[in-house]
Design a protein around this ligand. Structure first.
Ligand SMILES: Cc1cc2nc3c(=O)[nH]c(=O)nc-3n(C[C@H](O)[C@H](O)[C@H](O)COP(=O)(O)OP(=O)(O)OC[C@H]3O[C@@H](n4cnc5c(N)ncnc54)[C@H](O)[C@@H]3O)c2cc1C
Length: 473
C-alpha cells in the first residue's frame, strides 16, 4: 500500500503524539481555527493511557477502569475541533526551522509548521537486572499494551517485579481480566516511605490516595506480595525459568514463565534532545526533563513540550499541559482568536490540582540505586550488548562522558538510540566520577531519532537547495 502524502506540507501547528497531551492541544488549536496536524506512530489515537481506545477488544469497562474510558471523549473532542490526525506516522526529525520529517508507510516527507508541540510522552525507566534480556522477561508496560490492544493476559507462572503506580494498576487489570499472578516482588525501598513523608499532605488531599490504596488492596487480596525486595535476577538458559530475589535478608527463588518488570516512567526526550532543546537533570524524578517556561515553551523558539515529555505528571496533568501549550500557540499565531480558547488561569488551576501529590509519588516510588546501577555481566545497552563491567572499565580509563563512551563502546548507537541505556550510562559515569548527572550530561542525539530505511531517506523529495547543501557537505 503506498503512503498517501499528507493533505498539506505546512500547518500553523504540528503536534507530535496523540496521547492526552497531544489530543487536548489539538482540540484547543483546532477549535480556535488554526490549521492543526497531529502525527502519531501508533495505529490508533490514545497514546499510552488511552492506547487502542477506539479499537480495544476489551469491552468490559471495569477491566481497564474508568480513567481509561475517559479517552473516548477526548478523541471525539479532538476530531470535532477540526484537527487532522494522522496515525502510523513516525516523526524522525525536527529542526530549528520547524521542519518535521515524518515516515508514513515506509515513505518519508517533510512538513513545515509555525509552531510545534512535542507531546511524545513517557517511556518506562530501564530496569537492568541480571537476565533482563532473557525471552520471557518484558516490561509491565508491554504487558499492558498487549492487554489494551489485543485483550491478552500472560499465562503460566507469572511474576511482577518493581515499583510504581503502573505496576499495581496493571496487576489489577490482569486479575479483572481473569488472569493470575503468582507473586509481586515489590522493590520499593522501605526508606522511601520516610523520605516521602514531608510530601504526604498534598497527596492525602489528592485523588491519587484513594485510587492507589484501593488498587493495592484489590491486588493484595489475590496475590502474594513480597515487599522491600533488595535484589533481583532473572534465571534461565535460553528462556526464563525462575526469579531469584532477596528480601528481609533472605535469598529466595520462584519459578516463572513470565517476568514483568517496572520501575516507573521517564520523559521520552529523544526528539526534543535531537532538536536542540535544553534539558536538565531532575533530582526528584531521577531523569532528564526539558527546560520550559509556564506555557511549555522550550529553549528553541517555536517548539513547546506538553504532557509527560515535560516531566512526569500523569494523564490529567498531561491534558492540561497540552491545552496550555495550545492556548500559547493561539496567542502567538492568532491573538484575535484568543476568545475561542479556554481560560488560561482556569487551566493552570486544573493543572495544579492534577499535580497535587506528584512529589509524594515521585519520592515514594524512586527506584533503589542497585536497580539503576547494574554490575558485572548485566547488559546495560541491549542493542549493542554492552555490559556494566565493560562500561565501568572504560569509565576507569578516563572517559569524559556518555558521548565518548558511545564512541568507545557503541552503547546508545543501536535502534533504540539510547532509550534503554541512556539514563543508566549517565548515572554510572556520575557515580564513578563523583559528579552530578547534570554535570555528566546525556547522549547528544541526532536524527533520525527513530530507525528508517536508507532507501526511504534516499527517495525523499528534495529541492535544488538540498542538493547544493549535500554537495557543499
Ligand atoms: C507503557 C506505558 C503505559 C502507561 N499506562 C498508563 C495507564 O494505563 N494509566 C495511566 O494513568 N498512565 C499510564 N502511563 C503514564 C502515561 O505516561 C500518562 O498517563 C499519559 O499517557 C501521558 O500522556 P502524554 O500525552 O504525555 O503521552 P503518551 O500518552 O505517552 O502519548 C505520546 C504519544 O506519542 C507517540 N510518539 C512518541 N514518539 C513519537 C514519534 N517520534 N513520532 C510519532 N509519534 C510518537 C507515542 O507512541 C504515543 O502515542 C503509561 C506510561 C507508559 C510508558
Amino acid at each position: 500500500m503506498t503512503a498517501m502524502p499528507l493533505p498539506k506540507d505546512h500547518y500553523d501547528v504540528v503536534i507530535i503524539g496523540a496521547g492526552p497531551a497531544g489530543l487536548a492541544a489539538a482540540a484547543v488549536a483546532g477549535k480556535a481555527g488554526l490549521s492543526t496536524l497531529v502525527l502519531d506512530e501508533n495505529a490508533q489515537p490514545g497514546g499510552q493511557i488511552f492506547r487502542a481506545i477506539t479499537s480495544t477488544p476489551v469491552q468490559r469497562r471495569d477491566i481497564l477502569g474508568d480513567d481509561y474510558w475517559r479517552g473516548e471523549n477526548l478523541v471525539a473532542e479532538t476530531r470535532a475541533g477540526g484537527a487532522v490526525i494522522v496515525q502510523g506516522a513516525t516523526v524522525w526529525s525536527l529542526d530549528r526551522d520547524l521542519q518535521i520529517a515524518v515516515s508514513l508507510l515506509g515513505q518519508s516527507q517533510i512538513v513545515k509548521a509555525r509552531r510545534v508541540i512535542i507531546a511524545t510522552g513517557a517511556l518506562e525507566r530501564p530496569f537492568p537486572i541480571p537476565g533482563w534480556t532473557l525471552p520471557g522477561v518484558m516490561t509491565v508496560g508491554a504487558g499492558q499494551t498487549l492487554l489494551k490492544s489485543s485483550g491478552l493476559v500472560p499465562d503460566g507462572k507469572v511474576v511482577l517485579a518493581g515499583t510504581g503506580p503502573l505496576l499495581w494498576l496493571y496487576a489489577a487489570q490482569v486479575l479483572r481480566a481473569g488472569g493470575a499472578i503468582d507473586a509481586i516482588l515489590d522493590t520499593t525501598p522501605r526508606g522511601n516511605y520516610w523520605r516521602a513523608l514531608p510530601y504526604a499532605l498534598p497527596f492525602l488531599m489528592s485523588p491519587y490516595r484513594a485510587k492507589g490504596l484501593a488498587l493495592m488492596r484489590e491486588v493484595k487480596r489475590k496475590v502474594r506480595v513480597v515487599s522491600n525486595v533488595t535484589s533481583l535476577a532473572a534465571l534461565g538458559g535460553d528462556k526464563l525459568d525462575a526469579v531469584a530475589f532477596s528480601a528481609g535478608g533472605a535469598e529466595q527463588k520462584i519459578a516463572a514463565d513470565t517476568l514483568l518488570l517496572h520501575q516507573g516512567v521517564v520523559p521520552n526526550v529523544n526528539l526534543a534532545n535531537a532538536a536542540g532543546v535544553a534539558h536538565r537533570w531532575d533530582e526528584r524524578q531521577l531523569c532528564w526533563v526539558p527546560v520550559l517556561d509556564a506555557d511549555g515553551n522550550t529553549s528553541v523558539p517555536g517548539i513547546a513540550i506538553a504532557g509527560d515529555g515535560a516531566g512526569i505528571g500523569g494523564a490529567l496533568a498531561a491534558a492540561e499541559r497540552g491545552r496550555i501549550a495550545a492556548v500559547a500557540a493561539v496567542e502567538a499565531l492568532a491573538p484575535g482568536k484568543k476568545s475561542l480558547t479556554p481560560d488560561r488561569s482556569e487551566l493552570s488551576n486544573t493543572l495544579r490540582r492534577a499535580e497535587l501529590g506528584r512529589a509524594f509519588l515521585d519520592v515514594l516510588f524512586q527506584p533503589a540505586q542497585q536497580f539503576r546501577l547494574p554490575e558485572g555481566d548485566t547488559i546495560v545497552c541491549r542493542c549493542e550488548e554492552v555490559s556494566a563491567a565493560r562500561i565501568k572499565e572504560t569509565i576507569a580509563l578516563g572517559t569524559e562522558g556518555p558521548n565518548q563512551l558511545k564512541a568507545f563502546l557503541r552503547c546508545g548507537m543501536g535502534p533504540c538510540q539510547g532509550r534503554l541505556c541512556g539514563l543508566t550510562v549517565t548515572e554510572m559515569i556520575a557515580q564513578a566520577r563523583g559528579m552530578s548527572p547534570d554535570a555528566v550530561g546525556y547522549y547528544r542525539l541526532r536524527p533520525p531519532v527513530k530507525p528508517i530505511a536508507l532507501k526511504e531517506l534516499a527517495s525523499m523529495p528534495h529541492s535544488e537547495q538540498d542538493e547544493k547543501a549535500v554537495v557543499r557537505g
